[in-house]
Design a protein around this ligand. Structure first.
Ligand code: UD1
Length: 376
């Protein structure tokens, strides 16, 4: 039987692979192998997502862990090559823009194995951002470029990509969101945190450009602390951010601002329960810009640019940069009732993974079994 190997490694990968894995199992006779590189290894950054998303335990776990970009990527490449040689796949599927994505892409293409990239074509046009490098290289090497929005198609075409490789399938992350919303709604997260629906904000920060420099991070925390003078702000703190906060005495922002409430990184369903009822989200995450757009929750992106412009053009996102004054003004505007609602972009409809499964089947020349036919 023809095999597809999926690569996951870091937190934002799990919610993208889960619906694809499910759709392939339901619609095609393809065998699937799930490989976890171990880029993220804390239970709160990884294990909890498998349970929340109904993703089976990985067939192979490489246990790579942290390191410099070169060390992390190189260790992954060495181990992935062994896996691909031991279980030769007909196709390797990678998602997103993390180091696990580029490591798998390099090994796959050097072994002459077809490569599919889910979430292809996104560009921030900031050439030194690690994720941008990962996106550019992965897209260049991929045989199937599966895009979440039309702007991604346009980026790829501008780079001279053969249109036959580009397939607009929609946003798989939103598949997971729609599939999980009902379950998340039943969780007692708000009650446990003493929050009322639409009476609080949520903040996440983890981009190296925002958190590695304590001056920049301090400025961002000052702006978020201002927001916390108006309503509670729940702040699940990424391990990278926690480290800088504790090493540079930035804890004082939390001590001085009781309504600015740091919590541990949350599981997928708990976090969805939290964001879906937020009045405002402040973030530098890519995924959260998309999720807030799909839910019509106002989002302020604390970066100078976004690789997801559709969330601004059509959705509820506003890119406000990292200047604390600008962030405070934008947050005040939202809290004064001028937040964006936007609309849900084309093909962010919960069925992107089905389109991907059907494409994989036709690319590999196997018959796909659309759900209706399978259950007939
Ligand atoms: C990675 C991705 C980023 C993604 C983010 C989501 C790359 C280049 N970046 O960034 O695109 O948005 O994941 O979280 O791949 N750490 C832990 N426990 C963990 C994981 C990490 O303590 O489970 C610590 C590491 O030791 C390191 C830091 O967090 O100090 C950064 O981890 P790393 O995976 O290198 O990058 P992220 O910043 O998480």
């Amino acid at each position: 039987m023809k095999k597809v190997i999926h690569i996951v490694g870091a937190r934002p990968n799990f919610m993208k692979v889960a619906p694809i894995y499910r759709a392939i199992a339901e619609r095609t006779p393809l065998e699937q192998i799930l490989v976890h590189t171990g880029q993220h290894y804390d239970a709160k950054m990884s294990d909890v997502f498998f349970a929340d998303l109904g993703l089976p335990a990985p067939d192979v776990h490489l246990g790579i862990g942290s390191g410099s970009h070169a060390q992390q990527t190189a260790r992954m490449m060495v181990e992935l090559e062994k896996v691909f040689l031991a279980h030769p796949p007909a196709l390797v599927s990678v998602v997103g823009d993390v180091n696990s994505t580029i490591a798998a892409a390099l090994v796959t293409s050097k072994l002459g194995i077809p490569l599919a990239h889910v979430e292809a074509g996104l560009r921030s046009y900031s050439p030194h951002q690690p994720e941008e490098i990962n996106r550019l290289v992965t897209d260049r090497l991929s045989d199937l470029l599966l895009t979440p929005s039309r702007d991604a198609d346009a980026n790829l075409l501008k780079e001279g990509t053969d249109p036959a490789r580009i397939h607009f399938v929609g946003n798989v992350m939103i598949d997971s969101l729609f599939a999980s919303r009902e379950k998340a709604d039943k969780l007692p997260v708000l009650k446990d945190l003493g929050l009322i629906p639409h009476g609080y904000a949520v903040c996440t920060l983890h981009r190296p450009s925002n958190v590695d420099d304590p001056k920049i991070l301090g400025g961002l925390l000052s702006a978020v602390a201002h927001v916390a003078t108006r309503l509670p702000v729940i702040f699940p703190v990424h391990p990278r951010t926690r480290k800088v906060i504790s090493e540079h005495g930035l804890n004082t922002w939390f001590e001085r601002t009781p309504n600015l409430r740091p919590v541990e990184p949350m599981g997928y369903l708990d976090f969805l329960a939290l964001t879906s009822k937020a009045r405002l989200v402040l973030t530098d995450s890519g995924g959260l810009q998309e999720e807030t757009t799909a839910m019509g929750i106002p989002c302020l992106t604390l970066r100078e640019q976004t690789e997801r412009p559709i969330t601004v053009e059509e959705g509820s996102n506003e890119v406000v940069g990292t200047d604390p004054v600008r962030i405070r003004l934008a947050a005040d505007r939202v809290l004064d009732g001028e937040g964006k609602q936007g609309r849900v972009p084309e093909f962010w409809d919960g069925r992107a993974a089905e389109r991907i499964a059907d494409l994989f089947a036709s690319f590999l020349g196997v018959e796909d079994r659309p759900i209706q036919a399978a259950s007939a």
